[in-house]
Design a protein around this ligand. Sequence first.
Ligand SMILES: Nc1ncnc2c1ncn2[C@@H]1O[C@H](COP(=O)(O)OP(=O)(O)O)[C@@H](O)[C@H]1O
Ligand SMILES: N[C@@H](CC(=O)OP(=O)(O)O)C(=O)O
Length: 426
Amino acid sequence: MIQPLIFKFGGASIKDADAIKNIAHLVKNRWSNGLVIVISAAGDTTDTLEKIIQLASEGKNYTPEWTRLLGYHLEICNDLFEKQHGIFERVTNHFSILKRTLDTASFKNDAGYFYDQAVGFGELISTRIVQELLCAEGFYCLWQDARELVATDSSHKMARVDWALTMQQCRRIVIPKLEKYPVITQGFIGQDLLGNTTTLGREGSDFTAAILAVSLGAKSVTIWKDVEGILNGDPDLFPDAVKFDHLDFEEAAEMTYYGAKVIHPKTIKPLAKHRIPLFVKSFLKPDAPGTVIGPFPDDPKLPITVVKNRQLLLTLRIRDLSMVGGFHFEYLYSGMKKLKWNINLLAASASNIKVVADAVAYDENLVQKTFRDIFHVTLKKELTLITVKNYREEHYQTYVHPNRQVWLEQKSENLLQVVLEESQVP
Ligand SMILES: Nc1ncnc2c1ncn2[C@@H]1O[C@H](COP(=O)(O)OP(=O)(O)O)[C@@H](O)[C@H]1O
Ligand SMILES: N[C@@H](CC(=O)OP(=O)(O)O)C(=O)O
């Protein structure tokens, strides 16, 4: 049986016509019928769609943004295709359906549902453009709607995968196609049992690549990025960061869990479980070796730094004279669930609990209301959480410095976490 290879391309790799020509060239040089190509939306399309959805849900005029987004896609097509090519009609049709979706009043009753029905259009369109370009250049490949493959529950904006059904669908639909031609499909989107579109969470296309790899029993996954591989720190913040030639699954999974933005955090675990190697390579230097993430538990452990901005610190001080116990943690967790907050760091002492979470849009009154029966609540915003895995003493001295106010610090054998004012991060 065919053993597929999965390639994933993100927004930056298809941001304009030249970028698309570049990845088309890259793919053509690696052409094989076992290839499954997962593609995200072009450039910042998903951000723009989020703005459009927000305007539409508030009943405001979204047409200027919608028109600009249509113009952006048509301009890409102008550079790639002959005037009479069918892609122009296809793209315009997608935009008309998007408009109809945005104007369907009944969809707006449920914000998550409404979002999911509209936000995936970027992927539907970008995959058409890449597929048509490859076909026009004689590299015949098939367009596949990812919603027929990735089965999920109905938790909109962060759907959970039904692995068994996804595997069945992938094997039934994709394998016969791969016997003849490569397949191009969308990242990020899936479908629930009612046939509604769902999404896997922002930047979820890396995760789609892993889902398809596991479901199809792939030989490997290659995620093509604008960096040469995985570095031990974000290169924008740490110009001296070093690239890993290989990286253990566990190390990679943990660094994404702590917030390293290079790979979606759900991507690594399923691949590790099925021992499918993940290559992270540069679409700008495709022949460079990149990083391979795989079973390398005996590799020396290099320090890895992850910086997460826009954090808030929630301090909960117990109102009565009791000491922190199971009841308080239960209360905390149910409150966090209600607020849809994830805990990035937690510390407890006899009379208070401190929690660090992402400062996504929140209502301060609601936070107070959620906890005030049991706790005095204080919130501190504009913080940064710095995590150094496999840290050394010099890291501790850099971050925990007398000139800086440390809001929270935690140290274990191989993990250092420090919360600083955003403005004081070195
Ligand atoms: N540890 C890291 N190693 C490599 N790149 C990193 C790391 N941390 C953050 N990045 C950033 O991740 C970016 C690539 O991820 P992203 O832009 O999400 O790709 P895509 O949109 O193609 O999925 C790089 O440009 C780099 O700035
Ligand atoms: N387009 C979606 C999904 C995604 O994964 O994108 P990217 O691969 O460009 O990060 C988003 O922006 O969230």
